[in-house]
Design a protein around this ligand. Structure first.
Ligand SMILES: Cc1cc2nc3c(=O)[nH]c(=O)nc-3n(C[C@H](O)[C@H](O)[C@H](O)COP(=O)(O)O)c2cc1C
Length: 195
């Protein structure tokens, strides 16, 4: 099973640190954990030209989405992580999800029923992590994925208080447990359905 941890930050900062630690430390037999990053990538938002819808072919905008699209859609399970920007996900991640439109018009069902979850990393303790996780979950639902959360403490996804620094982010032990919790839960349910 291939699990993608997608970093929606435009830089390799706190979100990258959290995801790379999870990749290094989480024991998950039979699961290949792959980091994917929007840092340094040029992904324009969907401009609603309807080219993919009318022509039934890939997007006519030529940018880094040409490489990111096949990498993403070919995975089996997903955890999407975003820094909190103005109490929501980054515009980079919003653009990325808008550009997944060919999933419906060219490759219907390509992501349907794959398992997913979300993590938000905010500089302020209560800076919008819950709202960001909710929006990320909506992005995933919109693309046909099944979203999972878990029990008390984690709820609908991982929530980290970074205090604007990777070194401080990894000291948020309560938040880290929620981030590891959502990754473990995605793996658990993905394995359950692949039996
Ligand atoms: C444009 C911008 C908007 C931000 N808005 C918020 C916010 O609304 N709430 C919050 O808690 N942190 C906010 N932050 C802080 C980031 O969420 C925080 O520094 C985060 O750890 C960055 O993750 P990264 O290092 O992976 O990029 C904002 C940062 C930027 C650059």
């Amino acid at each position: 099973m291939r699990l993608i941890l997608l970093n929606g930050s435009p830089r390799q900062g706190s979100t990258h640190k959290i995801l790379s630690d999870i990749q290094a430390k989480l024991t998950a037999p039979g699961v290949e954990i792959e980091l994917m990053s929007l840092a340094g990538k040029k992904v324009a938002p969907c401009n609603a030209c309807d080219y993919c819808k009318r022509q039934k072919t890939n997007c006519c905008v030529h940018d880094d989405m040409e490489e990111l699209f096949p990498q993403f859609v070919s995975a089996d399970a997903f955890v999407v992580a975003s820094p909190v920007y103005v109490m929501g996900p980054t515009p980079q991640l919003s653009a990325f999800f808008s550009r997944l439109r060919p999933v419906h018009h060219v490759y219907p069902g390509m992501l349907r029923n794959k398992i997913s979850g979300s993590i938000a990393v905010g500089g302020t303790r209560n800076g919008g992590q819950e709202l960001t996780v909710s929006i990320l979950n909506n992005y995933l639902l919109t693309r046909g994925l099944i979203v999972v959360g878990s029990e008390i403490g984690n709820y609908h996804g991982g929530k980290i208080w970074s205090q604007d620094s990777p070194d401080r982010a990894v000291k948020d032990t309560i938040g880290l447990e929620t981030a590891y919790g959502v990754v473990r839960r995605v793996i658990e349910i993905a394995k359950y359905f692949s039996k």
